[in-house]
Design a protein around this ligand. Structure first.
Ligand code: NDP
Length: 330
């Protein structure tokens, strides 16, 4: 079967050369194992961190070994009593077209309830990140102003909609006019700013948020976050979810240091990892699924066709190629 391995560790922005395609054998099944065929592979910004050496909250990928990520797969053969041919499962699995995995590492999904790919986005990790980050850290109250960076992506587009469900005023920041249009027309954001064409983001935020910013859901960091913090309200909450603008930085950028603003305005800033909430995932999935069913929550997927496009799709995350969740259909 075909597999994709980490060929080398990137310095700065990764390229296709950091990946290599190889052929490998699919081993025969032992008791308790299942033979799987990948259906949908998730590509996620956090995987950039795993391409580096050194410890983080997930261990680094190993050079010469397959990349791994969240996958929706179909069972083709099983020696596990818990799975049968045709079952759809979700797990963290290697970037291989076909693979063998232990039954206990797999979670069955019900694709009669929702399309299988939803379990990588709205009913999966990115939906839960939006849900817990906004509600637990942001604690939105009706009438408050919420700003979301990376607003047109998998996490951001859900954050904005949940903020609307909670009766907040929502401003999204994203990187193209098509994304701005989508935020307003499809997701119901009140305002949206294109940070790539707007030369005064700080001023644009001030204009869009006359009562200042009560909650900032930060997916990107860097100068965009500096511009939001310059408009922060007293007793605001900042949910520090991602810092994608810094993931490929080769030097630590020196920002305008706005901590005095956070201090004098009594702002609370908290970083989080969605895994912190794993014991509450069932609650989150149930609520997200309900909102989807009720038509209160909609979303977008960018589905790239072909296993061989995995590296390109992953790299595309750092160039804003995706609207909503970036997924590869194997
Ligand atoms: P997205 O779907 O948002 O995809 C990434 C998007 O980031 C791109 O489409 C692009 O949109 C934007 N982007 C890329 N480079 C830059 C840059 N230099 N400056 C500003 N924006 C940039 O990804 P996810 O929704 O999966 O993840 C969003 C963030 O949340 C990431 O930072 C990720 O690491 C983080 N995350 C954190 C989790 C946690 O547990 N804390 C869990 C999941 C995600 P544009 O066109 O607008 O530039």
């Amino acid at each position: 079967t075909q597999e994709i391995v980490l060929a080398s560790r990137p310095k700065g922005m990764p390229t296709k050369n950091n990946f290599e395609f190889r052929e490998s054998d699919v081993p025969s099944l032992k008791d308790g194992e299942v033979h799987l065929k990948g259906l949908y592979h998730s590509v996620d910004p956090y995987m950039r961190g795993r391409m580096n050496e050194g410890k983080s909250y997930v261990p680094p990928f190993k050079v010469g070994e397959p990349i791994e990520g969240a996958v929706i797969a179909e069972v083709v053969d099983s020696k596990s009593p818990n799975f049968k041919e045709g079952d759809k499962v979700q797990a963290r699995l290697p970037w291989k077209k076909e693979m063998v995995a232990k039954g206990e590492h797999l979670q069955k999904i019900d694709d009669s309830m929702a399309p299988a790919s939803y379990y990588l986005s709205i009913l999966g990790m990115t939906g839960l990140t939006a849900y817990f980050g906004l509600l637990d850290i942001g604690k939105p109250k009706p009438g408050e102003t919420v700003v979301v960076s990376g607003a047109a992506g998998a996490v951001g587009s859900v954050v904005g909609q949940i903020a609307k469900i909670k009766d907040c005023r929502v401003l999204g920041i994203a990187g193209s006019d098509a994304k701005i249009k989508m935020l307003k027309e499809k997701f119901g954001f009140d305002e949206a700013i294109n940070y790539k064409t707007n030369e005064d983001i700080k001023g644009a935020i001030a204009e869009a948020c006359p009562d200042k910013v009560d909650i900032y859901f930060d997916n990107v960091g860097g100068p965009i976050s500096d511009a939001v913090v310059a408009n922060i309200n007293f007793h605001a909450r900042i949910a520090l979810c991602g810092q994608i603008s810094l993931y490929n930085a080769t030097e630590t950028p020196k920002g305008p240091r706005l901590q005095p603003m956070l201090l004098t305005r009594s702002v609370l800033m908290q970083g989080f990892i969605v895994g912190n909430y794993s014991d509450r995932f069932p609650e989150g999935i149930k609520q997200l699924a309900e909102w989807v069913k009720e038509g209160k929550l909609t979303f977008e997927e960018t589905i790239v066709d072909g296993f061989d496009k995995l590296p390109e799709a992953f790299l595309g995350l750092f160039h804003g190629d995706n609207k909503g969740k970036m997924v590869v259909k194997a």
